[in-house]
Design a protein around this ligand. Structure first.
Ligand code: OFO
Length: 178
């Protein structure tokens, strides 16, 4: 049985994860419009990953007999002044998500929700990678500065990111083992 406080916080997190997908999808459009298709590709893979994150919380609720309540997504930024800016926003957004995950764990502990803890611990670790990925790209972009060659090379490198296998909606592929 999920407490009302935990239920609400988990629904909020579904929204935050789906918002992450939506924010990165907006950046995909921006990078295609700037002919930086490798960066757009990297972010498409990220949209896929964020959808998996949202579905992990969604399936956590359904597997505990609760019906998820989907909330409104917020208005999005659709343009940036330089190719560096979306990456800075992405890093700041991942830091925001880390704060949300830590807060969820705090609530789970207060509510004695031991069932949610393995899932939340998975996300605590995942956020290390999520922050590091976007921070690293920010640092690489800062090193490149205004070099067009550097931007071209990094764009080519980011084009190599591989999609996780399977559908983000397949609970067997992505849920945390019980
Ligand atoms: Fe990017 O980690 Fe989920 O939101």
């Amino acid at each position: 049985m999920i407490s009302p406080k935990m239920f609400d916080a988990l629904n909020d997190q579904i929204k935050h994860e789906m918002e992450s997908a939506y924010i990165y999808l907006s950046m995909v459009g921006y990078f295609h419009s700037r002919n930086l298709d490798g960066m757009a590709h990297w972010l498409r893979v990220q949209v896929h990953e964020e959808t998996i994150h949202g579905m992990k919380f969604f399936d956590h609720l359904t597997s505990r007999g609760a019906q998820p309540v989907l909330k409104d997504l917020k208005q999005l930024k659709t343009t940036w002044k330089t190719p560096l800016e979306p990456w800075k926003d992405a890093y700041a957004h991942e830091q925001f998500i880390t704060g949300k995950i830590h807060n969820l764990l705090k609530i789970a502990r207060k509510e004695n929700d031991y069932t949610a803890e393995p899932l939340l611990n998975w996300f605590v670790n995942e956020q290390i990678e999520e922050e590091n990925n976007t921070d690293k790209i920010c640092r690489q972009m800062a090193m490149i500065g205004t070099s067009k060659e550097g931007l071209y090379m990094l764009d080519r490198e980011l084009a190599a990111r591989v999609y996780p296998a399977g559908s983000p909606f397949d609970p067997l592929a992505y849920n945390v083992a019980p």
